[in-house]
Design a protein around this ligand. Structure first.
Ligand code: ACO
Length: 334
């Protein structure tokens, strides 16, 4: 068995910054409410008509990651792409990356696990490396939420939360078993699928029903039972961290950097208080980007690395919770 390690990181966010005050001109909301409940100050939203799509942003992040890994696109053996907002219902974004980066006809896999998408994608890539099947895998998390949000007061409980962006890493084979991904842990609880859901487009809907709805069908907009999700999130985040640490005979005291999925600053702060972590041990950037679901952890990881917050031999734990419900963690010795 081989080990896998992250050899290159990159991220891309659209230029267009949307502040809370700007949102208050579109819907009945305000800066105080959003900051108090979520910590979000601004987010990036792709401008209508821009060249950026989920796949395009993923490709931009991927080019940076491949370059930083010291590789070329021809060195990549496989693509794993996590998103809940693909360019098309099908095919997935992975194949678009193969084309956009002009790669050989390597395999491309899409992961649909919402906020936990990057954790699932990284874990999947890790298994392909461990078995020796592939040497270098491009793992991408990207989202374009803003095109599908209800930006009226009706949708304010959701639309203020989400942002657009992409992150990518190259996961490579390593002969050093003491470093790289130590373990990953994945969970789901589908009975709560309807607590955080986008119902349509759906193969359960027949064409006459779609035509009859005449644009009044709100099942195309995200729905979330926020309080319910929040209560589960704080429990599952904590479990995911402990599961990862225990599996490696480690404790919270060994943790150098915790990078939680950026769902809500209050959730991260709750977990930080529970484990008595200091500010340097937790990386948050939801203030600037909002919740970018499958992109959030990899954007945060890339940004933390760029800022020099991750050093050789550091113990880094990534954890996510989201729609499905799904949750999980990845433990990395850098
Ligand atoms: N501006 C102003 N008021 C608002 C807004 C807004 N943007 N949104 C909602 N409100 C109002 C509501 O209408 C409600 O008013 P009412 O009391 O008169 O009915 C009031 O504010 C409180 O609303 P709640 O939904 O109860 O607010 P809550 O304190 O629960 O915070 C939030 C909402 C921020 C969404 C929180 O519940 C949360 O973060 N939940 C978890 C999110 C999460 O972890 N998601 C998982 C990942 S996402 C994924 O996987 C796709």
């Amino acid at each position: 068995m081989y080990n896998s390690k992250i050899t290159g990181l990159g991220h891309y966010v659209p230029d267009n910054i949307v502040t809370n005050t700007e949102l208050s001109k579109m819907m009945d909301t305000n800066d105080e409410w959003i900051i108090e409940r979520t910590g979000i100050q601004e987010r990036r939203w792709v401008k209508e008509g821009s060249e950026d799509t989920t796949a395009v942003m993923g490709a931009k992040a991927a080019r940076i990651a491949i370059k930083r890994a010291g590789l070329t696109k021809d060195d990549i053996d496989f693509i794993v792409f996590a998103t809940l907002s693909p360019d098309y219902f099908f095919p997935g974004c992975g194949v678009q990356i193969q084309d956009m980066l002009d790669m050989p006809t390597i395999g491309a896999l899409d992961v649909r696990n919402q906020c936990s998408g990057f954790i699932y994608a990284l874990s999947t890539a890790d298994q392909f490396i461990k078995t020796g099947m592939y040497k270098n895998i491009l793992v991408i998390g990207a989202e374009l939420h803003s095109s599908g949000l209800d930006k009226t007061t009706r949708g304010r409980g959701i639309s203020v939360l989400f942002g657009d962006g992409a992150g990518a890493c190259v996961l490579s084979r390593s002969e050093d078993n003491s470093k790289g991904i130590l373990s990953s842990h994945l969970h789901s609880e589908g009975k709560y699928a309807d607590k955080l859901i986008v119902e349509s487009p759906s193969s359960k809907k027949w064409v006459p029903e779609i035509i009859d709805s005449e644009g009044e069908d709100i099942s195309y907009f995200p729905y979330m039972d926020g309080t319910f999700v929040f209560k589960h999130a704080v429990v599952r985040f904590s479990e995911a961290i402990m599961e990862g640490l225990s599996a490696n005979n480690l404790t919270v005291a060994d943790l150098d950097l915790f990078i939680p999925h950026q769902a809500n600053l209050r959730i991260s702060q709750f977990v930080q208080r529970k484990f008595k972590l200091n500010d340097d041990q937790v990386y948050n950037n939801i203030m600037s980007y909002g919740n970018t679901t499958a992109a959030s952890i990899i954007i945060a990881l890339s940004e933390a690395w760029e800022k020099g917050k991750i050093k050789d031999n550091d113990l880094v734990v990534l954890a996510a919770f989201g729609s499905g419900f799904t949750w999980g963690s990845v433990v990395i010795r850098w």
